[in-house]
Design a protein around this ligand. Structure first.
Ligand code: FAD
Length: 377
């Protein structure tokens, strides 16, 4: 990856005794991090600084987490300089103000190397359970025992599609964001894009160049002004968390006018219609009896957190949520959750927000372990 820019302020001290490399593959460690995407790496950075023994277990063959699966034309909603993980700024991508997903994947791969993070892949964690005074991660590569577990498994592997009546009747193609790669497959077709967020807007924008598109949303989509990008939304998320946000200032779900979306608006195709009531054999239908024929429906309808591996710990409440104090589970204080959304820290699902949430979580773990920057091992 091209030229890098060190912050110069936040070295993880890779030459320190932060990780005992001989001990990393041992079954016993201080902290197991489940998931090696941006959230898991941010945790790794601070665990190294805290001189904890740890391992990051990731079920993919390659670095990058979900970024490796995003569609070809996806662009970040913030410039590189505003999308750093802790310690090392993301380099600019030549010729692009808003970097591509491929650029982020390269950045995360380089980040792992730079800080010599002990990521083991592909290793899938099947379940995390209690084992006396330890937690045990049962994996496809053996069992790790640890004093703390950080779960950072993201949401990408659990796509959500709403239960709209008639879904089984539709004879065209249905796919979720996770299956979409590029627009050429849909050339000349009638495509319905469902969803009011950034994924829907970006996919609609490029599909509309080759297909006849219709955009359906449950609520009118909120388009940010052209000069507002993810930086501002991150600041808003922070102010909200601090209780100092005033008025209708936008949120991380609002649509950022990256160049492709701007062009789609200027071509007049960025107009949403209310969500249909049901699907039919040939398309979609509304309550007033009107219908629209379609060849394909793209569900850009979001994700749910990947938490099945935590079931043996019974961390869930009656509503299926995990009650937290910061990132720490109230029902199992040795369990910490990072990166799933604002509920695990303001903007914690963004590159820039992942670091702040990880820093706070690791500080608590280090306190419990009795480790810290001054600890000699
Ligand atoms: P992931 O990247 O999903 O990483 C989790 C890792 O854990 C994966 O490798 C997964 O395979 C692995 N895993 C899962 N279960 C297990 C298991 N049981 N055992 C072992 N490993 C496991 N953010 C920004 O900051 N800027 C943007 O511009 C931006 N644009 C986005 C656009 C789209 C369309 C989407 C969907 C998201 C965007 N985001 C953006 C958000 C960001 O990409 C995600 O929030 C982020 O990738 C999540 O990182 P993560 O580390 O939490 O999860």
């Amino acid at each position: 990856m091209g030229a890098s820019a060190d912050t110069g302020t936040d070295s993880a001290g890779v030459d320190s005794a932060g990780v005992d490399s001989a001990g990393v593959d041992a079954a016993e460690t201080d902290v197991v991090v489940v998931g090696g995407g941006q959230a898991g790496l941010a945790a790794g950075y601070f665990l190294r600084r805290a001189k904890a023994r740890f391992v990051v277990l990731d079920d993919r063959a390659e670095p990058g987490g979900a970024w490796g699966d995003y569609w070809d034309s996806l662009r970040l909603f913030s410039p590189a300089a505003h999308s750093p993980l802790p310690g090392w700024w993301m380099p600019e991508e030549p010729g692009r103000e808003f970097p591509s997903a491929r650029h982020v994947t390269d950045y995360l791969a380089e980040y792992e190397r730079r800080y010599e993070l002990p990521v083991r892949r592909p290793v899938a964690v099947k379940e995390v359970r209690r084992a006396g005074d330890r937690l045990e991660a049962d994996t496809t590569a053996g069992t790790w025992r640890a004093r703390h577990v950080i779960s950072a498994t993201g949401t990408w592997c659990r796509p959500y599609t709403p239960d709209v009546p008639g879904r089984e009747l539709f004879e065209g193609r249905q796919l979720h964001t996770v299956e979409y790669r590029h627009s050429e497959d849909f050339a000349g077709q009638r495509v319905v894009v469902v969803g009011g967020g950034n994924s829907a807007a970006q996919i609609l924008a490029e599909l509309s160049e080759v297909a006849h598109t219709t955009w359906l949303t449950r609520r009118p989509p909120r388009l940010m002004p052209d000069d507002v990008d993810g930086r501002v939304l991150f600041e808003v998320a922070t102010r909200r968390a601090l209780g100092t946000a005033d008025g209708d200032v936008g949120s991380l779900g609002d649509i950022v006018m990256v160049p492709s979306v701007r062009r789609a608006r200027d071509r007049g195709v960025l107009k949403a219609q209310p969500m249909a009531e049901r699907l039919t054999r040939t398309g979609v239908a509304w309550a007033d009896g009107s219908e629209l024929a379609a060849d394909a429906i793209v569900w850009c309808t979001g994700f749910r957190p990947v938490l099945d591996h935590l079931a043996p710990l019974e961390p869930f409440d009656a509503d299926g949520r995990i009650p937290l104090d910061g990132a720490r589970s109230l029902r199992e204080p040795r369990l910490h959750l990072l990166g799933y959304g604002d509920w695990t820290g303001p903007a914690s699902a963004t590159l820039i927000g992942a670091g702040r949430a990880a820093k706070a979580a690791v500080a608590r773990i280090a306190e419990d372990l009795g480790t810290g920057r001054s600890r000699n091992r």
